[in-house]
Structures are given as C-alpha cells and as structure tokens.
Write a protein that binds this ligand. Structure first.
Ligand SMILES: NC(=O)c1ccc[n+]([C@@H]2O[C@H](COP(=O)([O-])OP(=O)(O)OC[C@H]3O[C@@H](n4cnc5c(N)ncnc54)[C@H](O)[C@@H]3O)[C@@H](O)[C@H]2O)c1
Ligand SMILES: [Zn+2]
Length: 339
C-alpha cells in the first residue's frame, strides 16, 4: 500500500508493506547513516552495517541536545554530505531526534523514516515535526522537516511488547474518533489487517498535514485527548503512563466533558471506555489524578488568556475545536461539576 503526502513543505510517499525493512535500510543512491536505539539495534544488528549505524540508549531520556550533538559529530566523522541520507530506524524517539539532526546537519540532508513502533507508524513518522526535549519541556526545540519517504513494515511489530502496542492503538482509536467512523467500526468488530489500519491513520494524518503543514490551525484536532493526556503525564511523572495510555485517559475525560457540555452525543464516553478496555488501555477515570492534572492545565502557558482550544467529538468520526474556559475544564476535572 502506498500513500502520497503532498504538503507545502514537502512531498513524499508512505509505503506500508510487509518485509520491506531490508530495502528501506539501504537507499538507492549516495552514502547513508542509520540512527537507531539500543533495543532496535539488538533486533536488527545482522541487517545493519555497523560502520554506518549510530546507536542511542533506548528511551525518552535520549531525546536531548547531548545525543543530538553526538549524532551530528558522528555524521561528520562518517563524511556524510548534503546529498546523503539519514535513516531513522526506531520508534518516535529516534524519528524525532534523527529527523532534527537531518534538518540541521549541514543545513539539511535527506532523511527517511523507518518506524518500528505502532505509534511511530501511525503518528510520529508522518508530518515532519522533529524535535528534542529541553529540561523545561518536551519537544521544546525542533523544526518542521519532512522526510523523503516513510517505510512502515508491520512485521517489525511482532517484537513490540503488548503495552507499547496498546499505546499505539490509543492513537489509532483517536484517529477513528476525530475523522473516521468506519475505522471505529473496524476496531470495535476487531476485524482488520493491521496494515489497513496503519494506512487509514496515515491517510488521516496526511490530510491534516497537507491542510495545515505548520500546525497553526486544524491540525490541532490530532490533539484529541492530549490536553488532559499531557497533563496526566506531567503530574503522574513521566514514565508512569506511556504516552498512549495517558491519551486514552485524556480521550475518556474529553468524551465525558463533551457530554457534560452537550457537545458530544450521549453515550460517547461509555462507548469510548468500552473500546479502550477492548484494547487493554486505561478505561476508567481516577478522580484524584484528574484533579491534579487540572492544576497542570491551569499552569500551562497556552492557558494565559484563560481559555484553551479543546478538541471535542461532536459525533463519532468528527471533531470540533472549542475555546473553553480553563475554569470550566478544571471545575469538571476537580469534581466541582459532575463529569
Ligand atoms: N513528531 C511527531 O509528530 C510525534 C508524534 C507523536 C509522538 N512523538 C514522539 O514519539 C515518542 C514516543 O514514540 P514511541 O512510543 O515509539 O517511543 P520509543 O521510540 O521510545 O519506543 C518505545 C520502546 O519500544 C522499543 N522498540 C521500538 N521498536 C521496537 C520493536 N520493533 N520491537 C521491540 N521494541 C521496540 C524502543 O526501544 C523503546 O524502548 C515521544 O518522544 C513523542 O514525543 C512525536
Ligand atoms: Zn499522541
């Protein structure tokens, strides 16, 4: 399956096919280097030329300036030039940091995304947002830099642990709610090939990226479940919940909030909870955690004018962005009003 992304800041193909990993790891022309993490390297060491590989310690902790500089130094030592290619082989952490390295090394070299987690296949490898974290916040230094191509080989997901897989499914469920009721039906029936689900998600993300390449408007609908999800990640301490798990909680809370405000249809939250449960994701709301998360939302800089653009579902498969008062959101989250 092949999909084209035609964004103002870059056009490229997303190729979703089994057993394409080997081909994806060697570009047609020029020199190349591969950035990967220690877990993925272990899995694919035999298929990689050690001389061309830069291995980062696995995990979010590597998405920082120190590792970025190490990648850049290695590229220089490898003699990489402007027309050579950097290949990101890994999950979202690797895609984000390697993509940022490609964006700034010699003012930009080609890069190819070879996502190896479900989350990276359906989300982070598409759209051209690349970044590292700062001590003060996640993804606070980065760029918009589209890849030359994305190669998603679902076979690599066989080694992914079930919790990581489920976390990727949370983003899949998100796409269903914001843009594709047929995808939701497929998920509910549990009748699908994972490639077709990856294709659906990339198609939806590509459409948002094409319409809003620099994330200034409608693309924010991709943040459904993320306002509360991010706050949950922050207050629970990074590491307690995987990102997708926090998004699951965020979507359930957003569905309850949407119902309470009369924007989402009655029953949406229960339906969401059932689907999250089906995919082994958090499907209940911890009131104390939500109340704490409310504090984090209130502190967020984006909330300076007292409002946040909050994504809600007005019918399954369709999202709306509502400017909501922070106080309204926090009243519900802290239990002053009933969710
Ligand atoms: N750029 C974007 O638009 C965007 C969107 C969403 C998320 N992100 C970023 O993505 C990151 C999260 O991505 P992630 O969830 O893929 O995390 P990750 O890259 O840390 O991967 C999760 C874990 O799975 C392991 N792994 C990867 N592939 C594997 C495989 N095939 N088999 C076994 N283990 C494997 C990794 O080593 C790691 O331990 C965050 O930093 C987030 O900010 C970026
Ligand atoms: Zn997300």
């Amino acid at each position: 399956m092949k999909l084209k992304v035609e964004a103002a800041n870059g056009c490229y193909d997303i190729i979703i096919e089994k057993n394409i990993l080997q081909d994806a790891l060697i570009p047609d022309a020029g020199n190349y280097a591969v950035v990967t993490d220690s877990n993925v390297y272990e899995l694919y060491a035999k298929q990689l030329d050690r001389e061309k590989v830069i291995v980062l310690p696995a995990g979010e902790g590597s998405k920082n300036f120190m590792e970025l500089e190490r990648i850049l130094d290695n590229l220089l030592q490898m003699g990489m030039n402007r027309n050579d290619t950097l290949i990101a082989l890994g999950g979202g952490v690797i895609g984000d940091i390697a993509g940022f390295a490609a964006a700034i090394y010699k003012r930009g070299i080609s890069f190819v995304q070879v996502p190896t987690t479900l989350l990276a296949m359906v989300d982070s490898s598409v759209g051209g947002k690349v970044a590292v974290n700062l001590p003060g916040g996640k993804n606070m230094a980065g760029a918009f830099y589209q890849p030359e191509a994305v190669f998603a080989d679902a076979c690599v997901l066989d080694t992914l642990d079930s919790r990581q897989y489920a976390a990727g499914m949370a983003e899949v469920i998100k796409y269903g709610y914001i843009a594709d009721s047929l995808l939701l039906e497929k998920l509910k029936r549990n009748e699908y090939e994972i490639e077709s689900v990856i294709y659906d998600c990339c198609r939806i993300k590509a459409a948002y990226v094409e319409e809003d390449p620099y994330d200034k408007g409608v693309r924010m609908q991709l943040n459904y479940g993320h306002t509360i999800g991010h706050a949950v990640e922050t207050v629970a301490g990074y590491g307690k919940y995987l990102h997708g798990e926090a998004v699951a909680i965020g979507m359930l809370a957003a569905a309850r909030l949407g119902e309470a405000l009369g924007i989402s249809p009655a029953g949406l939250a229960d339906e969401t909870a059932a689907l999250l449960k089906q995919y082994a994701l958090p499907h209940t709301l911890d009131r104390a955690l939500l109340a704490e998360a409310a504090g984090a939302i209130a502190k967020d800089k984006k909330a300076a004018d007292g409002k946040v653009d909050f994504v809600l579902i007005d019918r399954p498969g369709h999202a709306v962005t509502e400017p909501l008062d922070i106080t309204t959101i926090t009243q519900y989250m802290t239990g002053q009003k009933n969710l």
